[in-house]
Design a protein. Structure first.
Lengths: 116, 114
């Protein structure tokens, strides 16, 4: 049972245009959401996050939107650059009472290709 | 840079042999994690630790054990490696950022079981 879903395995965008990566979740107990970027042969890098009490968080060219009622979040990259080409993972965090800790649940990733 | 070092970074081993991956952190974080990344599966939690000698299982813990004898080191052991354990393994720590806990990853350990 996938609690965090990224339904698009890949996305291609022209340089300078907007990239929109989508993520859906099913567990209403998630209260913190994150996006990670991963280049080949490197570890995932934290990109941006949003708390469930907000609906938008912006950091430079990256904006994350959260729609709690739809259990949906998206990452917007404007303008897209060739260096943004990477795999992007969506993650959701919540307190796992049985485990006694916060844990992250990851989506399977979306490979973004920005075409020059 | 979360001060995480993984070793070895690359290893080829034979089926049935034990393998230990080491994660070392320099910033005294309480929580440490081991994930594996496989095509089509994203990042999956193997084991995590919430303190010295305090560990628990994650989503895909079968065939793996962990130990944490001091705050800075978290070891992942494949007791008898199988080909299905060929993967990229990432160690991570958890740190509080703004209103949530954010996980920061190491650079990964590429393991091939032949």
């Amino acid at each position: 049972d996938q609690q965090v879903k990224q339904n698009s395995p890949s996305l291609s965008v022209q340089e300078g245009r907007i990239s929109i990566l989508n993520c859906d979740y099913t567990n209403s107990m998630f209260d913190y959401f994150l996006w990670y970027k991963k280049y080949p042969a490197e570890g995932p890098t934290f990109l941006i996050s949003i708390s469930s009490i907000k609906d938008k968080n912006e950091d430079g060219r990256f904006t994350v939107f959260l729609n709690k009622s739809a259990k949906h979040l998206s990452l917007h990259i404007v303008p897209s650059q060739p260096g943004d080409s990477a795999v992007y993972f969506c993650a959701a965090s919540g307190w796992i009472s049985g485990a006694g800790s916060y844990q992250l649940t990851f989506g399977k990733g979306t490979k973004l290709s920005v075409i020059p | 840079d979360a001060g995480i070092t993984q070793s070895p970074r690359h290893k080829v081993t034979e089926t049935g042999t034990p393998v230990t991956l080491r994660c070392h952190q320099t910033e005294n974080h309480r929580y440490m994690y081991w994930y594996r990344q496989d095509p089509g599966h994203g990042l999956r939690l193997i084991h995590y630790s919430y303190g010295v000698k305090d560990t628990d299982k994650g989503e895909v813990s079968d065939g793996y054990s962990v130990s944490r004898s001091k705050t800075e080191d978290f070891l992942l052991t494949l007791e008898s490696a199988t080909s299905s354990q060929t993967s990229v393994y990432f160690c991570a720590i958890s740190a509080r950022v703004d209103s949530g806990n954010t996980i920061y990853f190491g650079e990964g350990s590429w393991l091939t079981v032949v």
